[in-house]
Design a protein around this ligand. Structure first.
Ligand code: AHR
Length: 497
């Protein structure tokens, strides 16, 4: 099969906000506890209780931002529980995720330390569902205030006199569901009220991020903005938020590791739906906010498979195959191509939960195929997205509801002064694809590197016994043709004169 890619390297869609490569860590299963936090006394090597192997691995993928503490957990979390001497912190029941005890040893200071260690900005999600305006407002003062206030002094007493300078703050999570079962009207009115008191305490820019829809629910987005903008009566409070965050999980087809060829395609096609969803919701937002002062965020996305057999079903621990890697690559390509419409995304979740970067077992650690995509795609962060037109045929497959199809080849392209990064995905389970790349708008280019993530079997994944089963390799750049292996992700970097 021969396909082609035309790149207009002298045209710019928008800068790819590095935050598009963001992460999400919730108090859920073994994401925070065991995955990130082991405590100072652990035999596992740690720095201030945070495991060093996880920090080292995450640093390599340049995480720009991490969202915490949830998820559903956020709207049942009271930040005062997680500060002060650890032995004095209360033990609470994690009602959403298995009813297990959370001893609150990982709280605000520990999260900020984690972010500092991995080099990421913190994105804190506040509790609207079961909290109060005052509680949320005080948390921000505690984290951001540089003045001599009681809350700022308390932060100092707890070990951090300098403000944490949090720039990203969520006003609740999934408030249409686990965050309070609210209607869009009700939530929008609450956002009007809450945001009135959510001062930045001197941090600029400060992004208040409101809860968006569950997947493709235009009625939530439309009604929320109608109420916020004053269309439904009252004055506009549009300027009270700087971000609006939708969630989209593409789910599963088959199980995490067992699927037919058709189910392989089905899941990739479901993942690719995120493009029409983000375009539709940005278009609705444009009707109220044509200058795009409010950024579209996708602060939870990824695959959601049945859990690994024998594990707690509420811990959402799943394996991660080369198919998940292609889901990640196709999604990141979509975000790159729509860099003018999306400002941040956070894949769910960082360690041991859903489409994780890392799985841990005691002191063991493995990097998932999804991790490798983030490492390979890091060159796109902060680069200018340029138009990349892919001419491809489509693969037809069967689902229980009938026939469907998806493109064989997809990708995205970005440019810096240093060079051009082209990422390409061959979705075909068994056929290689030969690609002709037409790089326009640049005088002289040379292929500098070509990294490939592929596998002999479409079910391949990494295990603690074979942690390097799926890992990227360097491809021969002297070859005159670009032939993409079946079921593979490639990143090609060109130098430009
Ligand atoms: O990521 C797991 C859960 O999925 C989150 O807690 C919630 O926001 C979403 O429904």
């Amino acid at each position: 099969m021969k396909q082609s890619v035309v790149i207009e390297a002298d045209q710019k869609i928008a800068r790819i906000n590095p935050n598009i490569y963001g992460h999400f860590a919730e108090h859920l299963g073994h994401c925070v506890y065991e995955g990130i936090w082991v405590g100072n006394d652990s035999a596992i090597e740690n720095r201030n209780g945070i495991r060093c192997d996880v920090v080292d691995a995450l640093r390599r993928i340049k995480p720009p931002v991490v969202r915490w503490p949830g998820g559903c957990f956020a709207d049942d979390y009271h930040w005062q529980d997680g500060i002060g001497r650890r032995e004095n912190r209360p033990e609470r029941i994690n009602v959403h995720w298995g009813g297990v005890i959370d001893n609150n040893h990982f709280g605000t200071h520990e999260f900020m330390d984690f972010c500092a260690q991995i080099g990421a900005e913190p994105y804190v999600c506040g509790n609207m569902g079961s909290g109060s305006v005052r509680e949320m407002r005080d948390w921000i003062e505690y984290m951001n205030c540089a003045d001599n206030s009681t809350l700022a002094r308390l932060r100092g007493k707890n070990g951090h006199p300098e403000p944490f300078s949090v720039k990203y703050f969520g006003i609740g999570n999934e408030n249409w569901g686990c965050g309070g079962s609210m209607s869009p009207d009700y939530y929008a009115h609450e956002v009007r009220r809450y945001s009135t008191f959510l001062y930045s305490f001197g941090v600029q820019p400060f992004h208040r991020i409101a809860c968006g829809p569950s997947g493709d629910d235009p009625s939530w987005t439309r009604r929320f903005f109608e109420v916020l903008s004053g269309y439904a009566g009252g004055f506009s409070r549009l300027s009270s938020i700087q971000g609006f965050a939708l969630h989209y999980y593409c789910g599963t087809a088959g199980t995490a590791t067992e699927y037919t060829d058709d189910q392989w395609y089905e899941l990739l096609a479901k993942a690719m739906k995120i493009e029409s969803i983000l375009v539709r919701h940005r278009a609705i937002m444009d009707g109220f906010d044509p200058e795009r002062k409010i950024g579209l965020v996708i602060d939870e996305w990824g695959t959601w498979h049945p859990v690994i057999e024998g594990t707690n079903p509420r811990f959402l621990r799943q394996q991660n195959t080369i198919r998940d890697a292609l889901v990640a690559a196709l999604s990141l390509d979509i975000f790159n191509r729509n860099a003018d419409k999306v400002v941040m995304t956070n894949i769910a979740q960082t360690v041991n939960v859903l489409q994780a970067m890392i799985l841990t077992r005691g002191s063991d650690i493995l990097l998932t195929p999804t991790y490798h995509v983030y490492e390979m795609y890091a060159a796109h962060q902060g680069a200018d997205s340029v138009p990349c037109r892919v001419k491809t045929d489509r693969i037809t497959f069967e689902t229980i509801t009938g026939k469907s199809s998806l493109p064989t080849l997809a990708g995205s392209c970005s440019r810096t002064d240093d060079g051009i990064t082209l990422s390409l995905v061959n979705t075909h389970v068994s056929e290689p694809v030969e690609v002709s790349v037409d790089l326009r708008g640049v005088s002289k280019t040379e292929l500098r590197s070509w990294r490939v993530l592929a596998s002999d079997d479409i079910h391949d994944h990494n295990t603690f016994e074979e942690p390097e089963n799926v890992k990227p390799v360097d491809e021969d750049i002297t070859s005159s043709t670009i032939e993409l292996q079946p079921a593979s992700v490639s990143v090609l970097i060109y130098s430009v004169d």
